[in-house]
Ligand binder design. Structure first.
Ligand code: ADP
Ligand code: MG
Length: 614
């Protein structure tokens, strides 16, 4: 409990004691009003204060106003204990709410407890502990067992196991050794690591994730906006209705005012919309928190809300449904040594981060970057570069056509990377990739959750694309697409969905960032460090597992159903007591219990959204 909450608790306890004392005192001679004003002031001064301040600022109708009006009114008709009690209970509800919100915040913060406090940097032969912000790229940091990895980098000495649970939700430690890249925010479990820093702290994975989580609550779900707007119109209506209830029936029926004023006040207390105003955002907040426990980062409640309505899910192939780590399965050269062909291709690819490049480089081993100049990476085609003064093109058939090389298809199954030197065909490298282990299950799970259609888009050749799609049970596949074709395809598919349905695009962020932002919901493979993906997407899967899409959809539906339950329940109970109150069948006590009770139940229900099964 925070300091503020403790203070509130003391005020409530003191107010209760004073209220009991005031009720038991033999009040002779002292005016009752004064005696009850003491506990009222103790518990309610801040509510009255806020109500007055808001009126000054022109924002009249909020719950403070409702409570102030109801309780002052109760004092006016000499219902003293009731007035104090309403305020007391209202404050109990407020305390409860602040506690629940604080708890959800904390659990998200704990989850996101990835911000490193310091980095051990090697400088001038000794180790200094400094702020991660001050470490420069290419400096060497040392990460001891038990420490958080402060910056993204590459291991140059040592091996260890890393705990990545805060980033990916994956409990199994990941073994790393020299040459592997490490991501900030992971915890080094056992070995001492020397790491060469590859990005400044501001660009590190940790900073990106923290930004993302901090900004998530600013993107509101439709339901949240609706509730806010609803409260804006609802409260003035209620006040007017209460006023009419107090004035019209006594005049028409020629009865005394006090009974009807009492009913009007009850009406006011019941109509306070706090249960909704609090519990709806809290549910979405919980859903986002629950998702991040599974390594799913959702950038706003609007995306969480939309995900449950996913109707068409479109996938990129390489790196999304497949592992993106290709093995070289054949080398066919036209006029040179096969080793030379691979060396040429790997050298040309030296500056690219495309999965194909990474695989070719891994297959070849160390390369001499100084031989390469004028590198041009053409999305969906391949690479052009000058090597040893020759113009080398490495890519698909489209690229060969572009440079005017006469190329031919390969009979072998797999992705084919052609090479041309100065426009003359030099041969090709056949590489193959395999589907991620959970890819087929991921597609099946989506179907089960009611996704109408799954589609795969790829820049790879027809045979490879269709083979993969068939293996995974994908409904439609479009191959040999350039990045711009992918955007067009997604726009066409957009027209096939129903009015409320959503189109989801899932990609790895390489060559498909434009599509990620074009789709209703863009989901990216966070790939432990891929920057473009984290930026372009609305939802990021930290562990790159396509099966997490179904998990996220499950969390989305669950959160929505909790929200609906709360709306129906709160409005239902309020409506019932409102009618009873207007008919004079509910007392002020019942009204207070109904209001606070509904809030408490709705909040408790909302906190359920945070707990998800993995
Ligand atoms: P996908 O849609 O499967 O993710 P991309 O759009 O990234 O694939 O690439 C499509 C095709 O373009 C690849 O299959 C490959 O033939 C070619 N290509 C793209 N980038 C490169 C590269 N860096 N090196 C060689 N070929 C490339
Ligand atoms: Mg791709």
């Amino acid at each position: 409990m925070s300091k503020k909450q403790k203070k509130m608790l003391w005020r409530i306890l003191a107010g209760t004691a004073l209220l009991v004392t005031a009720s038991l005192l033999p009040l002779e001679g002292i005016p009752k009003l004064l005696v009850f004003l003491v506990p009222y002031a103790v518990v309610g001064w801040d509510v009255i204060f806020s109500a007055v301040r808001n009126i000054k600022n022109g924002q009249i109708f909020d719950e403070n106003f409702l409570m102030a009006l109801a309780t002052v009114g109760a004092f006016c008709i000499a219902e003293y204990p009731e007035a104090v009690f309403v305020m007391l209970f209202y404050q109990v509800g407020e305390l409860f709410q602040s506690y629940a919100v604080g708890r959800s915040r904390q659990s998200i913060a704990a989850l996101m407890d990835i911000r490193p406090d310091y980095a051990n940097v090697e400088r001038d032969g000794s180790l200094v502990q400094i702020d991660p912000d001050e470490v420069a790229i290419d400096e060497i940091i040392v990460v001891k067992p038990g420490e958080k990895i402060p910056l993204d980098g590459i291991i140059i000495e040592g091996s260890s196991s890393l705990n990545t649970v805060a980033l990916t939700g994956e409990a199994l430690p990941q073994d790393v050794t020299v040459g592997n890249s490490v991501t900030s925010g992971c915890v080094n479990i056992n070995g001492l690591l020397r790491v060469q820093v590859k990005s400044a702290f501001g660009d590190s994975t940790v900073s990106k994730i923290l930004d993302l989580v901090e900004n998530a609550s600013s993107k509101k779900a439709k339901t949240e906006n609706f509730i806010t707007r609803f409260a804006q119109y609802y409260t003035p209506c209620v006040v007017i209705a209460a006023l009419m209830l107090a004035v019209v029936p006594p005049l028409v029926l020629d009865q005394g005012f006090s009974q009807w004023i009492n009913r009007a006040l009850i009406f006011l207390v019941i109509s306070c919309p706090c249960a909704l105003v609090i519990s709806v955002p809290l549910s979405f907040f919980g859903g986002i928190g629950g998702a991040s426990k599974c390594g799913i980062l959702v950038k706003g409640s609007n995306y969480l809300e939309a995900l449950a309505k996913a109707e068409i899910v479109v996938f990129d192939k390489t790196g999304t449904l497949t592992k993106g780590s290709f093995n070289v399965t054949a080398l066919h050269s036209a006029n040179m040594d096969e080793k030379q062909l691979l060396e040429l291709a790997a050298t040309a690819e030296s500056y690219s981060d495309h999965p194909i490049s990474l695989s070719l480089k891994a297959a070849h081993g160390a390369i001499d970057k100084s031989r390469v100049s004028n590198v041009e990476e053409i999305s969906g085609y391949g690479i052009m570069a000058d090597i040893d003064g020759k113009k080398v093109a490495v890519g698909n058939g489209k690229l060969m056509d572009k440079v005017g090389a006469s190329w031919h298809e390969c009979h072998k199954q797999g992705t084919v990377i052609h090479v041309a030197i100065n426009g003359v065909y030099a041969g090709h490298i056949v590489i193959s990739d395999e589907p991620k282990p959970d890819a087929a299950a991921a597609i099946a799970a989506l179907k089960k959750l009611g996704v109408r259609k799954t589609v795969m888009l790829t820049g790879d050749r027809k045979a490879v694309g269709e083979h993969t799609a068939a293996q995974l049970g994908i409904d439609e596949v479009y191959t040999e697409l350039l990045p711009a074709d992918k955007v067009n395809m997604v726009e066409k598919l957009m027209q096939q969905k129903s009015v409320k349905g959503k189109l989801v695009f899932v990609g790895d962020g390489i060559n498909d960032a434009p599509v990620l932002s074009r789709a209703d919901i863009g989901i990216a493979m966070g790939g432990l460090g891929s920057d473009a993906a984290i930026e372009a997407a609305d939802i990021v899967l930290m562990d790159d597992k396509p099966s997490k899409i179904a998990t996220a959809m499950g969390i989305s539906s669950r959160t929505l159903s909790i929200v609906t339950q709360n709306i129906v329940f709160a409005l239902g109970v309020k409506l019932l007591v409102l009618i009873l109150g207007a008919l004079g069948m509910a007392s002020m006590w019942a009204a207070v219990f109904a209001d606070v009770g509904v809030s408490v139940i709705a909040i408790l229900n909302a906190t359920r959204a945070l707990s998800v099964k993995k």
